[in-house]
Design a protein around this ligand. Structure first.
Ligand code: IPE
Ligand code: IPE
Ligand code: MG
Length: 232
């Protein structure tokens, strides 16, 4: 379930606009992805300083495999590099890392590093940072359903709370606030189950430029929202 009040306990971000950021500068798209990747730690630290306990970042969707092969391999390479170079720093910052999404289509090397990073930081008590890659909301729901069927759960015993336990981040509260950078106003298959009652914030600012000012703007707008959850 979601919390109410301020600050939001869980913020989720669709980090969009890297390609356009690079285009505007006459740079290759990968330069935008690199700048976007470099923005993750500072943004995570800023949200943590604002009192946010869970931050979920959409890094690579199940649909992003349809991009040109060079961009896909560039993105996955960047991801591996990030894990190599930043896991220790996150660990030092007491951040708990979690992966949302599939691992069966990642290379064995990346899948192993993801697991090591999650294991290493598993007992950290600061920010929980969930990285969604090879993630799709529909795919997650189908995988959860498969696990439920495989476990042989009786249909009558299944309810929303039990179903949610089979999703990728068990125990993680639903996002209170979903932010999308880059100007598009759509979900693009992100956290379909979990955003049922999230507040939505769309900003035209491209992800590599998303910083302290935009964070304060999103949080202060969130503060003015009246969350009713269907009540009055
Ligand atoms: C978001 O930036 C990063 C990923 C989807 C991996 P884009 O690459 O989608 O950037 P735009 O939307 O083309 O500008
Ligand atoms: C959403 O961005 C996915 C990520 C940011 C990882 P896209 O750029 O892939 O989304 P669409 O294609 O504009 O819907
Ligand atoms: Mg995009």
């Amino acid at each position: 379930m979601s919390s109410t009040g301020y600050p939001p306990q869980h913020v989720a971000i669709t980090m969009d606009g890297n390609g356009r950021w690079a285009n505007e500068r006459g740079l290759p798209r990968m330069a935008g992805h690199k700048a976007g990747g470099d923005n993750i730690r500072p943004v995570a630290n800023m949200f943590s300083e604002h009192g946010v306990k869970y931050l979920t970042l959409y890094a690579f969707s199940t649909e992003n495999w349809s991009r040109p092969g060079s961009e896909v391999s560039g993105l996955l390479g960047l991801l591996e590099q990030k894990i190599d170079r930043e896991t220790q720093a996150f660990h030092h910052d007491n951040v708990r890392l979690i992966h949302l999404g599939r691992t069966d289509r990642l290379s064995e090397g990346i899948a192993r590093k993801v697991k090591q990073a999650v294991d290493l930081t598993g007992n950290n008590t600061g920010l929980t940072l969930c990285l969604a890659f090879d993630y799709g909301g529909r795919d997650e729901i189908v995988r959860a359903t498969r696990r439920i069927v495989t476990a042989g759960l009786p249909p009558d015993g299944l309810d929303e709370a039990l179903f949610a336990r089979y999703l990728d981040g068990p125990g993680i509260p639903d996002p209170d606030l979903l932010i999308r950078t880059g100007g598009e106003s759509r979900l693009s298959n992100f956290l379909l189950w979990q955003v049922a009652y999230s507040e939505l914030h769309f900003t035209p600012v491209l992800w590599p430029d998303f910083g302290a000012t935009e964070i304060e703007e999103a949080l202060s707008e969130y503060r003015t929202r009246q969350r009713r959850f269907g009540g009055v």
